[in-house]
Design a protein around this ligand. Sequence first.
Ligand SMILES: Nc1ncnc2c1ncn2[C@@H]1O[C@H](COP(=O)(O)OP(=O)(O)OP(=O)(O)O)[C@@H](O)[C@H]1O
Length: 452
Amino acid sequence: MSEAATKRRLLVVEDDAGLARQLRWAYDDYEVTVAPDREAAITALRAEAPDVVTLDLGLPPDPDGVTEGFAVLGEILRLKPDTKVIVASGHGERASALRAIDAGAWDFYQKPIDIDALGLIVARAFHVHALEAENRRLADAAAAVPLAGDLVTAAPEMLKVARTIERVAPADVSVLLLGASGTGKEVLARRLHAASRRSGKSFVAINCAAIPDTLLEAELFGHEKGAFTGAVKATEGKIELAHGGTLFLDEIGDVPLPLQVKLLRFLQERVIERIGGRRAISVDTRIVAATHRDVAAMVAEGSFREDLWYRLAEIVVRLPSLAERSGDAVLLARHFLARLAPVLNPAVTALAPDAAAAIEAWTWPGNVRELENRVKRAIIMADGRAITAADLELADPAGTDPLNLREVRDAADRRAVQSALTRAEGNVSAAARLLGISRPTLYDLMKAHALG
Ligand SMILES: Nc1ncnc2c1ncn2[C@@H]1O[C@H](COP(=O)(O)OP(=O)(O)OP(=O)(O)O)[C@@H](O)[C@H]1O
């Protein structure tokens, strides 16, 4: 990086050309931009995003008053609220200086300027800005890693789910987790167990879709010796193994009807009988079930028992898809990179910028599981220190170098509209509110991008 790029940027808004020149040369440590009026100031703010601004309140067309200066102050703070603005006021204008502080300015000084004194104020403003930025970064990082059970998220949509889980954990109610494949249903089930009073006992998971129907009953309920061919010894089922703890029934929507009846009986009576056994065995376990299926529709068509559904769904928690969790894809990619690279390929330590951009742009139909798999593969395939979009198999065949700003903006607009519509469940008025635009504008955008 060049020295200029690492220098801190100071914007001096000053209409007196002589004074502006003097200030420009006074501050070697900063990259100084001078703006003589409101338009130039806002253009420079947008282009350079300076952290500190010195602002002469008396600007044309009102060089003897303060109206223009206050207008610039207001606009700077609206566009970049973290900016430290130091206002300059003429002799005897202490009242306007104090009003400026009240309006959000960081500090003030009185003209005529004492370059050294102003230099100290500017240096302190940069220092405080840096501290505040670091604090925000740490707070974001802390919010992003509430790691019990390895749940990584900073998205409000998912943090809300995590809070619900924490709230229901101590109560012994059954919880049904609904979400697409790979959204982290098992991660949440483990988190629920860990936060419950059963955390000292076992968490037993069974994927009802992964086991053939004929074996599922024995897996769940266990069997006595000789109950069927091959039953050479008595075996406890998963339900029994979860005694005292939590039983996670993944893909509950795949349990066949006859077994649904047996499960319901267990949930009502809290006793089981092993296959081939006669003894009733009491089991105290908390049930957490999950499915990616539309169980309500299955109940309506008769392939899932309504009474079982109500037993399982005392609390229903819906998981947003990864695409609906703003910012989480890149956050999770970094998390998997940090966790997996030391094991798979320690030379890899970073995400290349094109990889981060491609991750943001991808729709993640396979959710977190797909992301984890792609990052795993990319770590293994990467040639250098950073994994690229190509390593993730997310490279745009036309190349990731955008044609122009319009193309980048169009793509960003499309993504924002799509995500707002998803979050608003297709409700156009709600989506428009989320985006801060009017309904007609949103309709225009939807038409332009062939959405909806
Ligand atoms: N928020 C998250 N933070 C960290 N890792 C996550 C998160 N969500 C999911 N994972 C990881 O992604 C993978 C898939 O998650 P999990 O098995 O919980 O999903 P699932 O919804 O149960 O999937 P399926 O329905 O396919 O069984 C796991 O390796 C899990 O550790």
